[in-house]
Write a new protein. Structure first.
Length: 149
């Protein structure tokens, strides 16, 4: 099963340290940034710049090299690590980038979860998120008001 590996940056004050969100989700899962940000109590998640990707994942050569596998241990307290419940609870093999987008490894979802938990000092750094539930609980988009002529 293929996976999505995304790094988001929430809106923060210019003087504040960024609190990036690294998401590993099943490719079939929709990962809406708005509802995810609301769930994590973060504002306006946007895809991270290449500079932030290289800061969070030092081995990343480009924006395509997002992967949780080369993260340093312990995971920085400023990093939000989100794992899709569809992956975390699965015994199926999932394709995950090893260190670059050109190298991929197959791992069981339960093994991915165990590995990521081993990178944190408390074992609680990994947030398992049910994206189907988040999408279902998100408010419906408001219709756009027509501009006055």
């Amino acid at each position: 099963m293929l996976t999505l590996q995304l790094l988001f940056k929430p809106k923060t004050a210019k003087s504040a340290a960024p609190t990036p969100v690294l998401v590993l989700a099943a490719e079939s899962s929709e990962t809406p940034s708005g509802p995810l940000g609301t769930h994590l109590k973060l504002k306006e998640l946007r895809l991270a710049s290449e500079d932030l990707i290289k800061e969070v994942i030092p081995s990343a050569g480009s924006k395509d090299d997002v992967s949780p596998l080369p993260l340093p241990a312990p995971i920085p307290s400023t990093l939000n690590l989100v794992l899709d419940a569809a992956v975390a609870e699965s015994a199926e093999q999932h394709a995950v980038h090893l260190t670059t987008s050109s190298s991929t490894i197959l791992l069981k979802g339960t093994d991915i979860k165990s590995y990521l938990e081993s990178l944190s000092e408390s074992g609680e750094a990994v947030k398992v998120v049910d994206f189907k539930e988040i999408k279902a609980s998100a408010p419906a988009p408001q219709p756009k008001k027509e501009a006055a002529a």
